[in-house]
Design a protein around this ligand. Sequence first.
Ligand code: GLA
Length: 690
Amino acid sequence: MPLVESSPDGATVVLHTRTGSYAVRLDHAAGAVRPLHWGEPITVAAAAELPLWQPPYDMAFEGPYDGSEDFPFDGGRRFGPRALGIRYADGTGGLDLTITGHHLGPDTLVVDLADRAGPVAVHLHYRVAADTDVIERWSAVRHTGTDQPLELTDHAAAVWCLPPRDDYRLSHVTGGWCREGRLHRTAVPVAETTLTSRRGMTSHSANPWVMIDDGTTEEENGEVFSAALAFSGSWRVTVLRTHDGPCSLLGAAGHDRVTTPLPPGTTVTSPVFAAQRTTGGFGAASRAWHDYQRRRILPHPDEDRPVLYNSWEATEFDVSETGQRRLAELAARLGAELFVVDDGWFGARTNDRAGLGDWFPNPARFPDGLRPLADHVRSLGMRFGLWVEPEMVNPDSDLYRAHPDWVLHLPTLPATEGRNQLVLDYTRADVREWALSWLDDLVRSCDLAFLKWDCNRPFTEARPQSWIGHALGVYEVLDRLRERHPRLRIEACSSGGGRVDLGALARTDQVWTSDNTDAVDRLSIQHGYGQLYAPETMVAWVTDSPNPLTGREVPLEFRFHVAMSGVLGIGGDLATWSDADLATAAGLVGQYKSIRPVIQHGDLYRLTGPEATVTASAYVAGGAAAVFVWRVPGGPAETITLPLPGLDPGAVYRDATGRQFHGAGLRSTGLPVTLAAGPMVSALVTLERA
Ligand code: GLA
């Protein structure tokens, strides 16, 4: 069956995903693409007979299409959030779009629209991400005239309209620095609810995805509609719920009032706003998003992410070649496969007040450059990586002294500093060329395997084009750098998890999840992260106890078990670890490597919520499973029994001690797991098909 089909009259188009169908009607009279069906598989003949949603009263006060069209524009009786609005130089605007054609490809639908009133053409793109539940949508707007400059006041990627349900509930995450990924689940009000970043970057405060259910969905049971915007600049996602029923999701680059100039002859293309309908609860929705990232987003989905060591918490800015060599030797002893020197290796960067922008090894710290350290790391059997922050500059730097005009600034306002730094303007071609050139030299000269690409402040005093254009400039530099260095791997970071989105993940390999490495706090941060993003992108370090940020003392094994449930890293000051701890750590690193494919490429089952007394997650792949259990409060020794939904009911599984379990029993009654007495106890049970 083709993935995209249309009815003989061309008015009805159906897109088929792995498990369902999405059908639209091309409503020529209204100049609108209107949703017909988003659910179980449907034939095009059946879809052609479906009626369009009608408002209960067609009164002059109502917008007949509000909440029930795929790309509502500023024109006619439309009173909801707009996917497209324009403004001419004289301040007027308004559109009268009409459908002028449509084209079907093997996995695509493009609907063409043109403005009867002015020089605007619009192309609505739909693409089925084959073998997934996801449909990708984006829009391109073209100025077809030769004069009359105009700007886009609104330009969404897409609007997804949900089928009628008795109720709607929104799941999303909020956060802040060191407290990312807090999951919220609340009724959708009859209103416009906007999640947004006005920071020029994805942000810690909100993340560009939503999940909607009817209020009854559970972790492993029920229908979920979800959508995620693939963009790393300012953004917004608006959930509209109208009094009469319809509920829709608008996703756009740029926050409110960010306008985009559209000179004659040019086209502006939005990022992708991808969406899926799944059954099988929130767990299945998350797994389907992970699967989509593996099939369509991540550049190297099949690669095992290396166990890394990062020196930041051990040294902060106190970086020396001798100290790094010592840490590298200890990291190698633990089994680390990648050694990353964090901030403080370059320019006059001995604290966060100077040197950012001067990307040459600090001559006092590395008199012979970085090559000797890099070679030493490689001689220990590890790859070598470096931290960089290419979008930023300290005013106290040679770069800023040479190019004060390269930063985001407005002529009449003082430039606001954040962490003593300013933002370089990546909408400028000269800034992008400068970045690419030194990054290219650095990767080449040290034969770098890895970069941690950081971005440690939001934007202020930005001109309108930076809120969207900066991120596009960063994408360009990342894409070109990767093209020149196909073996280079990149970790996205923005003071922890401030730049996590499908746009960043399309050009990086993993994400530094949070600057908070307290294993107890991490449980909820990682729970929120995994709602959308795949475990092989979630970097987690084992650091010192007491934790330098929170002061909490956490047993080594608990710290490991939390970090082992993503991409394991070590970030502690190993020079202060006892021999016993180093030996325990080496054993746990070895265990991680043996189950790494299951964790990094398997299916994640959240067995509890993050607030439960005992929390647990299971990873399942190819006949093997890894089950993590954590209990934070103190308690007696106890055996708890955890049903494991992901296992094969017909198979027999064996744990590391040789105990055997039937899959059907593990699914229904569960796996018994014994926890020791005391606070912060954890367990890891591995299962293999017998
Ligand atoms: C940010 C990152 C940290 C570390 C520091 C270095 O906060 O999130 O991991 O790299 O910058 O300055």
